[in-house]
Write a protein that binds this ligand. Structure first.
Ligand SMILES: Nc1nc2c(ncn2[C@@H]2O[C@H](COP(=O)(O)OP(=O)(O)OP(=O)(O)O)[C@@H](O)[C@H]2O)c(=O)[nH]1
Ligand SMILES: [Mg+2]
Length: 343
């Protein structure tokens, strides 16, 4: 992707207040190191930083819908992975890169681990997850703060024993009974020798900053893998289909996600104009109707929102054409699943 990193935002570094959470963590875990000192102000990424360089791979894993991609985007400082309130939003391994001073964080977003149905698509998503955790320096395991169910336990069981795992208890803003957090942390300590515990809200910049600091300690000293201003390894073509899929997920009912995908038909540049055509593939005629909507209104809205976002991302004019096609049973057909770009 050609998008470059924006200048880092100023943080409230110096006078940062020790949050109630940090105090609570220190008390619960008996190791105040988890809550680091207020963050030093971020500097412009320097091409030749002073001191030894650090770089490492950090996989972000968890059950569907816990906020992995929201967290990745916050850690990178720009949207590189689509998000929605529905499960199965992420379907690929997506790298998001953040370079701060001497350290380059290479985060890997993964699909939510699927435990409900064993379709060809779900098996492919799960292969992506198991592949992504196999050779990383650090794993960020995301659960919803104060929750831990069977789907979470199934993800935890997949994680390699010799890789440090940070437990992120996300969506802390939704936990109204703060007194539940302490006993929950205690239970989590029993489940796995987690390297660190970070209850947080992915949408809260201070929390994200704190997580970056915690992750940094686990990265080895070595040269960076990417240029300092790279944000992702994914191409604009990939982003185009992903953004259409995001709008599709966000603007349609709950049935669609499991049965739909988006395939790119055309991606051409003529000066400052990009001509993009894509097909939304669904499994049933009734789903096609849901995507198109009355008088074509829904499809028009999906196209309009996707085009606007792509124009901003590419800083160019976009002409976007969308089609809808029915391919009955595609998500349980290994050949079709592969031909639509899944592993
Ligand atoms: N309240 C609250 N909502 C959050 C937080 N983080 C993420 N969300 C919401 O949770 C929903 C799921 O977020 P995603 O980032 O798409 O979740 P995901 O884990 O990547 O989902 P899959 O890719 O489907 O596995 C979205 O509606 C987000 O806005 C948070 O810290 N607090
Ligand atoms: Mg996701």
């Amino acid at each position: 992707m050609t998008a470059k990193a924006p200048p880092p935002q100023a943080t409230n570094a110096q006078g940062a207040v020790q949050t109630d959470l940090e105090a609570m963590l220190a008390k619960a875990l008996g190791k105040p190191g988890v809550a680091p000192a207020p963050a030093p102000a971020e500097a412009e990424p320097a091409p030749e930083p002073q001191g030894a360089k650090r770089c490492g791979l950090i996989a972000i894993v968890g059950k569907p819908n816990v906020g992995k991609s929201t967290l990745l985007n916050a850690l990178v400082g720009q949207k590189v992975s689509i998000t929605s309130r529905k499960a199965q939003t992420t379907r690929h391994r997506i790298t998001g890169i953040r370079t701060l001073n001497t350290t380059q964080f290479v985060f890997v977003d993964t699909p939510g681990f699927q435990t409900r149905h064993s379709t060809a698509l779900n098996r492919s998503l799960n292969r992506t997850v198991t592949g992504a955790v196999s050779d990383v320096d650090l794993i960020v395991f995301v659960v919803e703060a104060t929750h831990f169910g069977l789907p979470d336990a199934q993800v935890l069981a997949l994680l390699p024993a010799n890789t440090p795992v940070i437990l992120v208890g996300n969506k802390l803003d939704k936990v109204h009974r703060r007194n539940d957090v302490l006993p929950w942390l205690g239970q989590m300590q029993e489940r796995h020798p987690f390297a660190e515990f970070v209850p947080m809200t992915a949408k809260r910049p201070q929390d994200v900053q704190r997580l970056l600091q915690v992750c940094e300690r686990f990265l080895p000293e070595q040269d960076w893998f990417y240029p300092a201003d790279d944000l992702t390894d994914r191409s604009m073509k990939f982003m185009a289909t992903e953004i259409v899929r995001e709008k599709l997920f966000r603007l349609t009912g709950d049935e669609l996600p499991y049965t739909s995908t988006v395939v790119l038909d055309q991606f051409e540049q003529e000066g400052n104009l990009h001509r993009i055509a894509a097909t939304i593939v669904v499994e049933r005629e009734t789903h096609k109707g849901m995507v198109i909507g009355e008088g074509g209104e829904k499809l028009k809205r999906i196209g309009m929102e996707a085009r606007q976002e792509l124009e901003k991302l590419m800083d160019a004019k976009v002409f976007l054409q969308l089609w809808v096609k029915v391919r009955s049973g595609w998500s349980d057909d290994e050949t079709r699943v592969r031909s639509f770009g899944y592993e």
